[in-house]
Design a protein around this ligand. Structure first.
Ligand code: COA
Length: 568
């Protein structure tokens, strides 16, 4: 089928549908929801059999759904209606939630149902549930809906009697009363509001985002800020305990930078108070655990973004792991993300973003070098969550890349203002996939599903299962590798290969050539990277759809259509 994806942004769910539908043999193109005439134009150009609205912030134009069947992915079970579905589900603590694929009509979320799925709720942020359970359910439900549409089946009308319409959740419902709300309520309100729109704190002039229970006793002053930790989280007392608040965003520009639009930062940098360093109940973003001969190095940086200090701390933790008498080191990443490369928010906040970009990429390269040069252990990158840009290439520094089946990879930098990229990608990518494929991947700028990434040589093994089952399976795999009869031989082959590669072209030469291009990105005449980063960090809406996604607008596609029409 010819499927037009329509979305407010090419977000994780939309990327997953792009990957799945393409793999399913559909002809897929995407239009970002910018304005009704633009959407209508896209429909006229592409002439889709079906429009799939994966992530919209407003209603579909009537002129579109009257012309083409439009399937709307609603992040709620059958009968649920409204723009804040997941937010309400989290706030009310429901045990089960769902996704419904319905056909757009004049009733918002009230159209007939093509397919639906349910899932048990987890104590997690809205964005984490969206990226995992909702995306998984949506992928299955959209596949079912398209199969039924193709088979000319009809959707099931919704029962008006069972419909539950809920309004947009406002700050009034999200508001935390620090004197009366207990820890569980505080966490529910924050989880329902992360990553957007956050919980407004009028007294401190900021929005709070991520948090976790601190598991410490309060001192009897609910609402009091008790301290900060090394990661920039702030400890705040609740009625019956305390929470660590990790991220915040000021509501208005600071007095010393009145023109700078605020964006999300570590909470301690946003709270205008000097707080004592506290470690009680604080959560480390890097932890190491040994299971027999296997070291599991977990790193859970928020949104997978790795600031200069994060890269260096992870490098140190890795080097420390190589000094232990284990045999295999597994780089586990976090549940939601493996890595998304250098930390664009931290860079944007720096007094010189160009200098901080340089420091951050150098630190990332130091981490990559430590893994590439490790010849004492075999290494595995275990991707439970998605990886993008430099984060993807960090995974390729290891001896084996294992990905969970639902992972999406974006092995390219160009979308960030034509960034050239480093992380030794010019060494790592061609040696894995060859020159032609390396060029196709980096220039193509498209997301890859785990299965396709394996087919194209970027990933070695794909494993099914939930994140915990995946970690168990990877651990078992690493243990088998550590105790394999040919372990010493494999290590010797790895050493020999590194020596040969180094003799052919030293790692330092790859790095220097990549960084020369990066210096142009950071300090050169063309400001594209700085502009793209500003847009990304401030989450500015798109003004047009990039042509590699809006295939119906590209010359190549138009030419191909002309040939098809002419029967050539
Ligand atoms: N630095 C800072 N924040 C980052 C980040 C980075 N490198 N990569 C992702 N994020 C944040 C986003 O700002 C967003 O934050 P929010 O949810 O708090 O608003 C969150 O992570 C999720 O990102 P989003 O773009 O919504 O996720 P996605 O799954 O839809 O898209 C990517 C995934 C990888 C395509 C996209 O995040 C991306 O392009 N990231 C930048 C990669 C990059 O260019 N890195 C620098 C070069 S190495």
């Amino acid at each position: 089928m010819r499927v037009l994806l329509l979305a407010h942004a090419f977000n994780s769910l939309t990327q997953r549908l792009w990957v799945d539908l393409t793999a399913g043999g559909h002809d897929v193109s995407l239009e970002l929801d910018i304005a009704d005439p633009v959407t209508l134009e896209a429909v006229a150009l592409f002439r889709p059999d079906v429009v799939v609205a994966s992530f919209l912030k407003r209603a579909l134009p009537e002129a579109v759904w009257r012309k083409v069947p439009c399937l709307v992915v609603h992040p709620g079970p059958v009968g649920d209606r409204g723009p804040s579905s997941l937010d309400w589900a989290i706030l009310e603590g429901v045990p089960e939630w769902g996704v419904t694929v319905l056909q757009a009509n004049e009733v918002m979320d009230g159209g007939p149902v093509w397919a639906s799925r349910t899932f048990p709720m987890r104590e997690a942020t809205k964005s984490s549930l969206y990226r995992n359970e909702v995306t998984e359910a949506a992928s299955a439900a959209v596949a079912e809906a398209l199969a039924k549409l193709d088979a000319r089946e009809s959707p099931r009308p919704q029962s008006e009697a069972r419909a539950v319409s809920r309004p947009l959740m406002r700050q009034a419902q999200r508001r935390i009363d620090w004197t009366t709300d207990d820890t569980a309520t505080v966490l529910r309100k924050l989880r329902a509001s992360d990553s957007s729109p956050g919980v407004l704190d009028e007294a401190l002039d900021l929005h709070w985002f991520r948090a976790f229970a601190a598991g410490v006793e309060g001192q009897g002053a609910p609402g009091a800020l008790m301290g900060r930790d090394d990661t920039g989280a702030v400890l705040r007392e609740t009625r019956d305990g305390a929470v660590w608040l990790t991220h915040a965003q000021p509501t208005k520009p600071s007095a010393d930078a009145p023109d700078a639009k605020p964006f999300k930062r570590p909470a301690a940098e946003v709270v205008q108070a000097s707080l004592p360093l506290v470690r009680d109940g604080s959560r480390s973003d890097i932890t190491s655990r040994e299971v027999g001969d296997v070291a599991l190095l977990r790193f859970e940086f928020s949104n997978g973004a790795m600031a200069t200090a994060d890269c260096l701390r992870l490098r140190d933790a890795f080097v420390e792991a190589t000094r232990r008498p284990t045999r295999v080191i597994v780089l586990l990443g976090g549940e939601d993300f493996w890595s998304n490369g250098i930390h664009l928010n931290a860079i944007e906040a720096a007094s010189s973003p160009a200098d901080e970009s340089m420091r951050n990429i150098e630190a990332m390269d130091e981490l990559c070098r430590a893994v590439i040069e490790c010849t004492s252990h075999l290494t595995i990158a275990a991707l439970q969550g998605n990886a993008g840009a430099g984060g993807c290439f960090l995974a390729l520094t290891t001896d084996e890349v294992v990905a969970r089946h639902s992972v999406i990879l974006n092995p390219h930098y160009k979308n960030m203002g034509n960034l050239y990229g480093s992380e030794y990608w010019t060494y790592l990518l061609p040696r894995r996939v060859g020159d032609a494929e390396a060029k196709a991947l980096t220039q193509g700028r498209l997301p890859l599903g785990a299965a396709e990434a394996r087919r194209r040589g970027l990933v070695d093994v794909v494993l099914e299962g939930t994140p915990p089952a995946f970690v168990d399976a990877v651990t078992a795999r690493a243990q088998a590798l550590a105790s394999a009869a040919d372990f010493a031989e494999r290590l010797a082959v790895k050493r020999a290969r590194r020596e040969t590669d180094e003799a052919r072209k030293p790692l330092a030469a790859y790095r220097e050539a990549e960084l020369a291009r990066m210096r142009l990105n950071f300090y050169g005449f063309d400001p594209s990277y700085h502009v793209a980063r500003y847009h990304f960090v401030h989450r500015l809406p798109h003004a047009w759809t990039p042509l590699h996604l809006a295939r119906h607008r590209s010359d190549a596609w138009k030419r191909q259509q002309l040939l098809v029409t002419r029967g050539e």
